[in-house]
Design a protein around this ligand. Sequence first.
Ligand code: NAD
Length: 454
Amino acid sequence: MSTTFDVINPANEKVFSTLEEADVAQTDLVIAKAAKAFQTWRDVTPGDRANLLRRFSSLVTSHREELAQIEINNSGHTRGNALWEADNVANVLNYYAGAPERLYGKQIPVGGGIDITFKEPIGVVGIIVPWNFPMPIAGWGFAAALASGNTVVLKPAELTPLTAIRLAEIALEAGIPEGVFNVIVGKGSVVGNRFVTNPTVRKISFTGSTAVGKSIMAGCADQVKRVTLELGGKSANVIFADSDVDLAAASAPGAVFDNSGQDCCARSRILVQESIFDRFMAGFEKGVKEFRVEDPNLDSSQMGPLISKKQLETVQSFLGDQDDQVAFTGSAPVGPGYWMPPTVLLPKSVNARTWRKEIFGPVVSVLTFKDEAEAIELANASQYGLSGSIWTNNMGRAIRVSRAIESGNLSVNSHSSVRFWTPFGGFKQSGLGRALGPDALDAYTETKNVFFSA
Ligand code: NAD
């Protein structure tokens, strides 16, 4: 008997879709279909594969409004973000449409013949996606995987399956052959776990919590299955006295409260040099109070609700500790929906759990530092190393600090960290391997070395 589950709009708590979840047997059938499709997809000529991906990209662009509206309803993302996310899928597909014709190997000088390396596809790739950025994270995986000649089984998060389902339909419409890109809806412990245990799946690309990522890595060890992990973060926003302090303060709310703080790159630890603390906090408070938390359908909305009641309760459980003082909060709508105001904490020390743990909600902690050495030490005192920002107008300091912080994606005098043509991924327990940019193709190919005796 099939099991169904409801998809809920987090802005009003109304059920707006009911879906069936797959079991292990259904998952195995889809994996087998992807394995069969791999036999022909891997041999589609580079030019034809590139054209199919370009067509897929342009159809995503034609459906951007529709995809964005699904995401607003399903995830509570602001209209501005949801449109950016649909466009990001199209851009990433277009970028990787350039890959099939450029998957170069090497010709390495040897005696007695010729030595050539090839970038071979891996086979069926299992992509497991979290709920916080359903469209981009799915796209970062499937675009690079398909371009490299793999076929894909993709499991969206239980809370946010709708855009992935629609993207698979659009892929078919674009002419991507049946069985090449498959979306399977179901529980992580059932469908996601089957990707790990079914030997026909040759690689897992997982984005989600560090705890689940560790269990997936352990599961993959059994078959020496390839694995890429994009995990949690607790990124530092480091503001030196020699920076444009007003700009740093004005941009700090967006750097942590975008997507309601449910962002692996959220700058949720702010480190401010002691001498500018008061000036920074005055500007930051103004920005937080002005941050528009409202109906995500409005063009003006900067932050919507949290994804679920459970997530709201988890985030709120971090508040009220003896170790923290609330500096100030912003505002949020009242009534139905999983709303919460942006909240700024002053922890008593680095031992506060709000300073150490990933909260994944609209909560940020602020601490001070004396000098450059202490700033680096505090920024690096985390199990994570995903993202971060450094504010300084001293060029030497910008170079020293950006080299010293143990993190995969840093930004100096801005908060941008994700561009589809540059690599993205984490140091330490924030992950393994890289998505996006040229590097992602290494994660979806095997290097084969062939010596031709002559
Ligand atoms: P999660 O780990 O609970 O779930 C992620 C996905 O894994 C979901 O699809 C889920 O169904 C599946 N899953 C759960 N248990 C599984 C199992 N045993 N086997 C296989 N699959 C399983 O994470 P979440 O709550 O959806 O997302 C939030 C987390 O994701 C945060 O920690 C955040 O930092 C992280 N994240 C990281 C990045 C990054 O790029 N580094 C990006 C976005 C989110």
